[in-house]
Design a protein around this ligand. Structure first.
Ligand code: BDR
Ligand code: CA
Length: 319
């Protein structure tokens, strides 16, 4: 498969890039950087460093994109990932430098020059994808598949009770993308907690592996382990982005999914970025929405994935 990864590179974003790089079935065409987890320039460096440590320095272009959400003030997750997004490892700069082409143009050019061939993995706030669609709406049907990590599925969020981080940071962009007409699969925070959290024995296996990538994994997981210990009572190895990448690489990891009407709340005070998901014929037939007269499902939400096979893929990528 041919893949673009749109990322706010910090923590698990890096593992997702590693999964794609280390899988021979994936041709990683470009990495595009969006506002989100940490300082924008630092996210670019984190992507470049991840390529370098994986031995792929100079092989995949890294395109900086939108440094700010559409209309909101930026929100970061430095409290979760450390100031540098890498548990304050403060890695040196990689030799590769960012590509001067803007991420929005890189996405449009790649997708429009290979219609029906490119998958996009959106593992950050959706500003770049929404801006690309506004500039060239034909990308919605020319993209083979858009895989979005974002939102929750009728459960509590990780940023507010109502919201997951990527949708919270840029809800307007998330709303645009939801309604743009992509062939869209949604991998939510709810799914991360259910199927994308590594069991202790897999974590122990990685901790015991003496490879540069396994050491990289353990080092940049330090801050998230500490934050989840405080939040959930024990350290959790949560992998929202790399689970989504694994699903894109191998759809057979999806054990349960449903076609839904997805919309995103942009008006509410307490509900900013809330992902409204409605499965037709399960209580609510269609949302009474004048902007959405068809009432046809616009996304497939993943409800369960194969945690054991996902863990095995991650372990393989770190060898
Ligand atoms: C998402 O938010 C970010 O902090 C992570 O990188 C992931 O993409 C999880 O809610
Ligand atoms: Ca991310």
């Amino acid at each position: 498969m041919r893949l673009i990864i749109d990322t706010d590179t910090a923590g698990d974003d890096c593992f997702s890039i590693l999964l794609a790089l280390r899988n021979p079935a994936v041709k990683l065409e470009a990495i595009t950087i969006c506002n989100g987890n940490v300082d924008f320039a630092q996210q670019i460096e984190n992507a470049l460093y991840t390529l370098e440590i994986a031995g792929a320095g100079g092989r995949v272009p890294v395109h900086p994109g939108c440094p700010l959400p559409m209309i909101r003030k930026p929100v970061d997750a430095t409290e979760f990932f450390g100031a540098d997004g890498m548990s304050d490892a403060n890695y040196p700069k990689a030799a590769q430098r960012p590509d001067p082409k803007h991420a929005v143009d890189a996405i449009i050019d790649l997708v429009m020059s290979h219609p029906g061939e490119i998958d996009i993995l959106a593992q950050a706030p959706l500003t770049n994808i929404a801006a690309a669609w506004v500039k060239e709406p034909r990308i919605a049907t020319a993209t083979r598949h858009l895989w979005v990590m974002g939102g929750m599925d009728n459960s509590i969020g990780n940023t507010t009770p109502a919201s997951e981080f990527n949708f919270y940071v840029d809800p307007e962009a998330a709303k645009i993308v939801a309604k743009a007409g992509f062939n869209l699969t949604l991998s939510t925070w709810t799914l991360t907690l259910k199927s994308g959290t590594l069991p202790d024995e897999v974590l122990a296996e990685i901790a015991a592996m003496d490879t540069p990538l396994a050491r990289f994994f353990m080092r940049i997981s330090e801050a998230p382990f500490e934050r989840t210990r405080i939040r959930y009572g024990r350290p959790l190895s949560t992998h929202p982005d790399s689970l989504t990448c694994a699903l894109a690489i191998d759809e057979s990891l999806i054990l349960d999914s449903a076609d839904c009407l997805l919309d995103v709340e942009t008006q509410g005070e307490l509900t900013r970025g809330y992902s409204s998901l409605c499965v037709p014929n399960q209580g609510l037939d269609a949302i009474a929405d004048p902007l959405w007269p068809s009432g046809k499902p616009n996304c497939r939400v993943v409800r369960e994935a194969d945690t054991a096979r996902f863990g095995a893929m991650l372990v393989d990528a770190l060898r």
